[in-house]
Design a protein around this ligand. Structure first.
Ligand SMILES: Cc1cc2nc3c(=O)[nH]c(=O)nc-3n(C[C@H](O)[C@H](O)[C@H](O)COP(=O)(O)OP(=O)(O)OC[C@H]3O[C@@H](n4cnc5c(N)ncnc54)[C@H](O)[C@@H]3O)c2cc1C
Length: 216
């Protein structure tokens, strides 16, 4: 099953403020209205470095095809992932609940409506996955190395990784992957991350994700 679990985090809105205020040898001990204004100013004028200091760590389980998109976000992140060179447990695959049809607008990827025969398509997806897992297990039984046997597994297979990123990096990812043209499945993960970050860094998260910066 897909999951996003917060493992650890460092900092709060005050950390952002104090990273900025050190320039003037100033420090805040409690978040004031002035501090909130400062956070909004920093976000608006793209002074992003104070938002690099807070760090958050997640354990994330997502299908490979989503991870491939997720991993394109590199700056400000560190990741370690399960390796199917060493692990040969039974793979688990994601199956879409709704079989969305192709959109005539290529950039959109898919539309809300389902195809005409969703059950037939879903059954085809499930059968293909089951066959691929069966073949994988047959190859392992014939002593094929896991690093070779894995090459036949579907893109829908779940992978798991631990990811640490800065608040600024997550805000960039969130903004890019919650737009309507982002694939529906990656939007779900970006929104889950967003829920945690909104709770831990309410002022900064709002400023970073809703303010249009002066360079945009
Ligand atoms: C809706 C959508 C569709 C997409 N479609 C495609 C696609 O069809 N094909 C495809 O290949 N990718 C696609 N991408 C991926 C996209 O091109 C980016 O790789 C991805 O969004 C990560 O962007 P990022 O700014 O977070 O990158 P990061 O690599 O995390 O970089 C963060 C920022 O650091 C700076 N930076 C990073 N590297 C450099 C550099 N070398 N030089 C200067 N500045 C740098 C930039 O300001 C950059 O925005 C798509 C992304 C989205 C959101």
């Amino acid at each position: 099953m897909a999951s996003v679990e917060i493992l650890d985090f460092m900092g709060d809105d005050l950390m952002v403020v104090n990273a900025a205020r050190v320039s003037f040898e100033k420090e805040s001990y409690e978040l004031t209205l002035g501090d909130e204004k400062l956070i909004n100013y920093l976000a608006k004028h793209n002074h992003v470095t104070p938002f690099f200091h807070p760090q958050v760590q997640f354990r994330i389980r997502m299908p490979l095809f989503v991870a491939r998109e997720w991993y394109r976000h590199q700056i400000g992140f560190s990741r370690n992932e399960v390796s199917r060179r060493y692990v040969d447990s039974k793979p688990e695959c994601w199956v879409p609940e709704k079989i969305r049809a192709r959109d005539s607008n290529k950039k959109q990827g898919s539309k809300e409506e389902e195809v005409e025969e969703p059950q037939v398509c879903k059954s085809l997806i499930e059968k293909t996955i089951a066959q691929s897992i069966k073949s994988y297990e047959a190859l392992l039984a014939m002593d094929v190395a896991p690093e070779l046997a894995r090459t036949i597994l579907p893109q829908s297979m779940y992978t798991e990784f631990i990811e640490t990123g800065s608040l600024a990096a997550y805000a960039r990812l969130y903004k890019l992957r919650t737009t309507p043209d982002a694939q529906r499945e990656i939007q779900w993960f970006a929104n889950e991350i967003g829920k945690y970050l909104e709770e831990k860094f309410p002022i900064s998260w709002k400023a970073l994700t809703t303010t249009t910066s002066s360079s945009e």
